[in-house]
Structure formats: C-alpha cells, structure tokens
Write a protein that binds this ligand. Structure first.
Ligand SMILES: *[C@@H]1O[C@H](CO)[C@@H](O)[C@H](O)[C@H]1NC(C)=O
Ligand SMILES: *[C@@H]1O[C@H](CO)[C@@H](O)[C@H](O)[C@H]1NC(C)=O
Ligand SMILES: *[C@@H]1O[C@H](CO)[C@@H](O)[C@H](O)[C@H]1NC(C)=O
Ligand SMILES: *[C@@H]1O[C@H](CO)[C@@H](O)[C@H](O)[C@H]1NC(C)=O
Ligand SMILES: *[C@@H]1O[C@H](CO)[C@@H](O)[C@H](O)[C@H]1NC(C)=O
Ligand SMILES: *[C@@H]1O[C@H](CO)[C@@H](O)[C@H](O)[C@H]1NC(C)=O
Ligand SMILES: *[C@@H]1O[C@H](CO)[C@@H](O)[C@H](O)[C@H]1NC(C)=O
Ligand SMILES: *[C@@H]1O[C@H](CO)[C@@H](O)[C@H](O)[C@H]1NC(C)=O
Ligand SMILES: *[C@@H]1O[C@H](CO)[C@@H](O)[C@H](O)[C@H]1NC(C)=O
Ligand SMILES: *[C@@H]1O[C@H](CO)[C@@H](O)[C@H](O)[C@H]1NC(C)=O
Ligand SMILES: CC(=O)N[C@H]1CO[C@H](CO)[C@@H](O)[C@@H]1O
Length: 404
C-alpha cells in the first residue's frame, strides 16, 4: 500500500520533470548578482531549516518575504506550513559561461532517492540532474551521509527588464498552472514571461522552471556614497550594519529607508540642523501644494551612516495619515507591505510591548512608535501564500483514488 503510494508519487514527480525546460542565461563576468528562488515547501519547515538547506541567512529570507523581524520573536524557530511559497534570496554567479547558483551541499539521508531530494528542493532541481551531476547510477547508488552538490537555476539579465530595475525569480511550474495565472501571481504578463523565457509557444508544463521578472527599487539614481542596493518589490533590505531598513513598494518603486529598530544602538540617524531622523519629513502646506523637507539615507561607510536633508515642492501633498498633521510626522514611506508568507501567531504573550526597540535616542522620533504598529500589522495580514495550497493535495487525492 505505502509502496504503491510511493510509486504513484514518484510517477508524478518523474513525469513532470522528465522534459522540464528552463531558461539559460549566458554570461561572461565573474560578478554575482541578486536573484530569487521560489520555494514551495514540501513539508512543514522551520525558517532555520530553509536557511540551512539553501545556505542563506534567516534574516535574508525574512527580508525577501517582507516579514517584520521585530514582530515575531525567535523567528528562526517559526514553522511554516507545507505548501507555503517562500522566496529565497540567492546570489547568482557566472559559472562556466552561464548563470546558475553556486552548488549547495546536501547530505544524503537514509531513505533518500534522487527524486525525494528533488522534492526536498521543491523541484528547483530535478532528480535526473541530482543523479547526473553527482554520478549516481545503478552501480554507484546514493549512500547515506554522502555529500551531494546541488545546482539551482538562477538568472539576472543585468537586473533590468525593459530598462526598469528587476530581480528574476526562478519559479517551478506546477500541475494545472498556466502562464496567465503565474503572471497574475507575480504582477507580470504572459507576453513578458514568453519574451524573458524565450518560449516559442505559450504552453508550459509542470516542472518547467520560469524566470519571472519582479520589478525592483534601485539606489542607482539616489546618489549614495559607496553603496548600491537593488530591492525587489514587496520586500526590504537591511543595510548599514542592520541599522537601516530600505523597503520597496507597494505603491511605487522608490526605495524608502528608515531606521530598522532591530539594532539597539545606531548613531548618525538624525539629520544635522533638524530634529528629523532618517525617513521622517516635515510637510508644509503651500498655496500650490506642499513643501516637503525629508531626512534621507545616503549610504554608509566605515560605521558611519550618511544622510541629508532634501527639499522638494510637490503639487500633490502626502495624504494625511492621522487626525493630526503636525510636523514632524511620518513620510508616506511608512506603509507596511503585505508579507509574502504568513507566520503562525507569536508564541510569546505580548511581543510588541516587550520587544520595544531602543535606538539610542529618546522617543520623540515618530519612527520608534510606528515600529510597534507595523509589527501588529505584520503578523496578521493575509498573504498570497494560500493560493498555493491547492495543487499537491489534489495530486495526493489522485494517488489515493488510483490506489483504491
Ligand atoms: C559579454 O556579454 C555581453 C552580452 O552577453 C556582450 O555584449 C559583451 O560583448 C561580452 N563581453 C565580452 C568581453 O565577451
Ligand atoms: C550571514 O550573516 C553573517 C553575519 O551576519 C555574514 O557574515 C554572512 O556573510 C551572511 N551569509 C550570507 C550567505 O549572506
Ligand atoms: C556509474 O557511474 C560511475 C561513475 O560515477 C561510472 O564509473 C560507471 O561506469 C557508471 N555505471 C553505469 C552502469 O553507468
Ligand atoms: C547593464 O546595465 C547597465 C546599467 O543599468 C548598463 O550600463 C549596461 O550596458 C547593461 N549591460 C547589458 C549587457 O545590457
Ligand atoms: C568610498 O570608498 C573608497 C574606497 O573603496 C574610499 O576611498 C572613499 O573614501 C569612499 N568614499 C566615501 C564617500 O566614503
Ligand atoms: C508591487 O507589488 C504590489 C503588491 O505587493 C503591487 O500592487 C504593485 O503593483 C507592484 N508594483 C509594481 C511596479 O509591480
Ligand atoms: C516652497 O519651496 C519653494 C521652492 O522650492 C519656495 O520658493 C517657497 O517659498 C516654499 N514655500 C514655503 C511656504 O516654504
Ligand atoms: C531646505 O529647506 C530648509 C527650510 O525649509 C532650509 O533651511 C534648508 O537649507 C534647505 N536645504 C536644502 C538642501 O535646500
Ligand atoms: C492635511 O492636514 C493639513 C493641516 O491639518 C490641512 O491643511 C490639509 O488640508 C490636510 N490635507 C488633506 C488632504 O486632508
Ligand atoms: C528628546 O530629544 C530632544 C532633542 O534631541 C530634546 O529636545 C528633548 O528634550 C528630549 N526629550 C526627552 C524626554 O529626553
Ligand atoms: C493606527 C494605529 O494602529 N495606531 C496605534 C499605534 O500604536 C499605538 C500604541 O502602540 C496605538 O495607541 C495607536 O492606536
């Protein structure tokens, strides 16, 4: 019975991956570039387990999925349910003339098959590839404890798409999915997916790996000192020794940087000659609109954070957020982004009250008050992940029908 079930599952995995297509990007530099993997959790997993599997930091996974680190304590031990879709940020180097991830080491477990290993990586690598790359065959089978090299697909395409900054996500097509549906999930079109992936015909098959362009915010035009950041829409990046959090989206593709609130002591957060901290702004209403004086982040170097006041006069004023519009108050930047994956409610009774961050300043900074508000938001808002809970249960059901 269980044997039959296994066979059935293997059949699904096998048929779906035999003819898998994926886009290959030629390259000729030694530079690595930022890229994303779309990882459909095969089973319930702790964030730390996901980080270990892909050899990335938990904090980078949080950032890529826009999970507020202040909101949930002991994040590394948070368990994400099977079938959640998690974005895993990786660095994508140029290896032998094509873009692909540096090999990830995987230690073979007792019951592993090449296909179960492929499953463990959410289909980002096929069983066939695991086998052929590591010389696994009938005379040289997997042995428990053996270390395998796993290569994962990634692309960068110069981190641009139609001259807009972009980060590319490697996405494994699932049974029943169409280009249109995938495009809708990630805010892109069928035509764009076809063009990026060089698809002759609009069809995709389960197991195909698509490069999905995610628009991104870039610091390229912000005149930062010695620093550049590219942050995909719907995520944030921590910089300046984690003192600064720069967010991209959801309303526009302008990087919004503000103190992160996760490091106890950060200096150089206040703009000289003002009582504004990075990310804050005065808004003066004028007859023709608003004059805005903002304290903006300008990069960092050698433990020092650069920032400066910037003046702009806008015809359109930022929407008044609360009852009072007394400056200084938050710039429109403070909109929380919907996290991409949902974490279970925090086990600790009163997280926002106890984990109130201190940033080496008194409480006049509106940012420090906001931190606790965004955090309550962060853990509650529904993400898009639920859309993805449907397909595998369906396959499993088919398996059970087949057996009985
Ligand atoms: C590197 O690749 C780009 C595009 O793929 C090409 O335009 C350029 O000439 C190449 N440079 C070298 C040195 O091969
Ligand atoms: C993870 O974080 C540590 C320290 O914060 C850093 O030294 C290391 O380079 C990071 N690793 C990756 C893969 O980003
Ligand atoms: C199996 O792979 C090994 C090397 O990994 C090779 O020497 C051997 O010839 C292969 N056997 C078969 C049957 O392909
Ligand atoms: C990559 O982008 C940079 C700046 O965005 C541009 O200068 C360069 O020409 C681009 N390279 C290619 C090969 O498109
Ligand atoms: C930028 O970095 C270079 C060395 O990498 C250094 O000489 C220069 O002073 C830095 N500039 C600033 C503004 O920090
Ligand atoms: C950024 O993501 C949000 C959803 O999080 C979406 O509404 C918005 O259209 C996206 N922006 C761009 C430029 O794709
Ligand atoms: C707003 O800024 C413009 C120039 O940017 C300046 O001429 C004007 O006096 C300012 N108005 C107020 C009310 O500060
Ligand atoms: C911005 O405007 C303020 C007054 O509103 C002025 O004191 C300051 O010098 C201006 N800064 C720049 C960089 O123009
Ligand atoms: C925002 O508040 C200011 C001051 O209270 C007021 O003058 C302005 O009309 C308000 N703007 C909007 C769009 O409500
Ligand atoms: C907070 O800091 C401001 C300026 O940095 C100062 O004027 C004010 O007295 C301080 N308030 C408290 C309660 O320390
Ligand atoms: C809009 C909002 O939720 N405001 C709340 C922010 O947090 C403070 C206390 O932390 C509340 O008093 C506000 O109502």
């Amino acid at each position: 019975m269980t044997h039959q079930l296994q066979l059935c599952l293997l059949f699904f995995v096998f048929t779906s991956l035999t003819h898998a297509k994926s886009v290959i990007e030629p390259c000729n530099t030694s530079d690595s570039c930022p890229s994303l993997l779309s990882y459909l959790l095969p089973y319930d997993s702790k964030l730390s387990e996901i980080a270990y599997r892909f050899q990335v930091n938990v904090s980078d996974i949080l950032a890529a999925n826009s999970i507020d680190p202040v909101a949930v304590p002991s994040l590394a031990n948070q368990i994400l349910p099977a079938r959640s879709l998690v974005k895993v940020p990786i660095s994508c180097p140029c290896v032998d003339g094509i873009r692909r991830s540096v090999s990830t080491a995987y230690t073979v477990q007792a019951a592993d098959t090449v296909n179960s290993i492929s499953d463990g990586f959410g289909g980002l690598v096929s069983g066939e590839q695991v086998g052929s790359f590591n010389g696994i065959n009938a005379t040289n089978p997997l042995t428990s404890g053996e270390s395998l090299a796993i290569l994962l697909p990634c692309t960068c395409f110069n981190n641009s798409n139609d001259r807009v900054a972009a980060v590319y996500l490697s996405y494994v097509v699932r049974r029943g999915e169409s280009l249109g549906g995938i495009g809708q999930t990630f805010g892109t079109t069928v035509a764009e997916l076809e063009a990026v992936n060089g698809l002759g015909q609009p069809g995709v098959d389960p197991g195909d790996i698509l490069a999905v362009p995610i628009p991104a915010c870039s610091s390229a035009n912000l005149n930062w000192y010695n620093e550049s950041l590219i942050v995909p829409n719907g995520s944030y990046a921590l910089t300046a020794a984690n003192c600064i959090k720069c967010t991209c989206g959801p309303t526009d593709l302008n990087l919004q940087c503000a103190p992160s609130g996760i490091v106890p002591y950060c200096s150089h957060l206040q703009c000289q000659g003002s009582d504004l901290f990075i990310g804050d702004a005065y808004v003066n209403h004028t007859p023709i609109g608003c004059n805005i004086t903002a304290c903006v982040y300008r990069g960092h170097n050698g433990g020092k954070i650069f920032r400066s006041l910037s003046n702009s006069s806008n015809v359109q004023c930022p929407v008044n957020q609360s009852n009072k519009a007394v400056p200084p108050r938050a710039s429109p930047s403070s909109n929380p982004i919907v996290p991409f994956v949902i974490l279970s409610p925090s086990p600790s009774p009163s997280p926002s009250a106890s984990s109130n961050p201190t940033m080496g300043m008194n409480n006049t900074n509106p940012r420090s008050k906001q931190t606790s508000n965004t955090s309550t938001h962060g853990s509650r808002l529904p993400g898009q992940a639920r859309l993805f809970y449907i397909l595998l249960p369906l396959e499993l059901a088919l398996c059970f029908i087949y057996i009985s």
